[in-house]
Design a protein around this ligand. Structure first.
Ligand SMILES: Cc1cc2nc3c(=O)[nH]c(=O)nc-3n(C[C@H](O)[C@H](O)[C@H](O)COP(=O)(O)O)c2cc1C
Length: 204
């Protein structure tokens, strides 16, 4: 399944993580992937209201743009998620989306209607992030959230691209090495999805 969803989680349209994700999208397309781009700041997305009506069947009863994102993500083999670091976590836009996908976790674990994909069929996720400071632990909080979020989607954190010392809009553009790395990684993700689809799923 050579389809990838690219999610822009920054409020800045031309910020650092958006610049890097655009490179990854271009690389993946060059390698033949079909990539859908989603800009979270353009969507109508309520935060999770914790009403748990998803216990019935795993469907979220808040009807907004979440259903559109869910359909695209579940139809894809790979996800590229880009978020800046805000207070050692992902952005609020990104976190709202993560929480809405809890309906999928509920479906699998409480409504017992879902099933985990076999290891060969698990989706592959790329996380791209940037922060202004340079501390060793800058990405720890976000990475923990992203790993668990990806797992809810039957997805492994295939790779992460984490850039320190990027603050103002346009700074990522001044680092051709970062841009090249993001482009190359997008290509590699598309290629990894092609080779994965050649491996038959154990429980197919
Ligand atoms: C609300 C807010 C919180 C932030 N928190 C942090 C932080 O905890 N650590 C850090 O290094 N940078 C922090 N930053 C800086 C951003 O991570 C940095 O500017 C990043 O490059 C923005 O990426 P973007 O252009 O893709 O939005 C924060 C910025 C904002 C607006």
């Amino acid at each position: 399944m050579n389809r990838i969803v690219a999610i822009y989680g920054s409020p800045r349209r031309r910020g650092n993580t958006a610049t890097l994700l655009k490179q990854a999208v271009a690389g993946a397309r060059e390698a033949g992937a079909r990539v859908e781009e989603i800009v979270l700041r353009d969507l109508k997305l309520s935060p999770c209201l914790e009403i748990y009506s998803c216990k019935q069947d795993g469907e979220c009863r808040i009807h907004d743009d979440f259903q559109k994102v869910r359909t695209l993500v579940l139809a894809s083999g790979g996800l590229m998620l880009a978020s800046p670091i805000f207070y050692y976590a992902v952005s609020a836009h990104t976190k709202i989306l993560m929480d809405r996908f809890h309906s999928l976790w509920v479906k699998k674990h409480w409504a017992a209607q879902g099933r985990d994909l076999s290891p060969a069929a698990r989706r592959k996720g790329l996380f791209i992030s940037a922060g202004a400071t340079r501390g060793e632990r800058l990405f720890e909080g976000a990475l923990l959230s992203v790993r668990y979020f990806f797992d809810t989607l039957d997805m492994d954190l295939w790779r992460s691209l984490l850039y320190r010392g990027l603050e103002h809009e346009g700074e990522a553009q001044q680092h051709p090495d970062y841009l090249n790395e993001a482009h190359r990684t997008g290509r590699e993700l598309a290629q990894a999805l092609v080779s994965r689809s050649l491996v038959p799923a154990i429980d197919a």
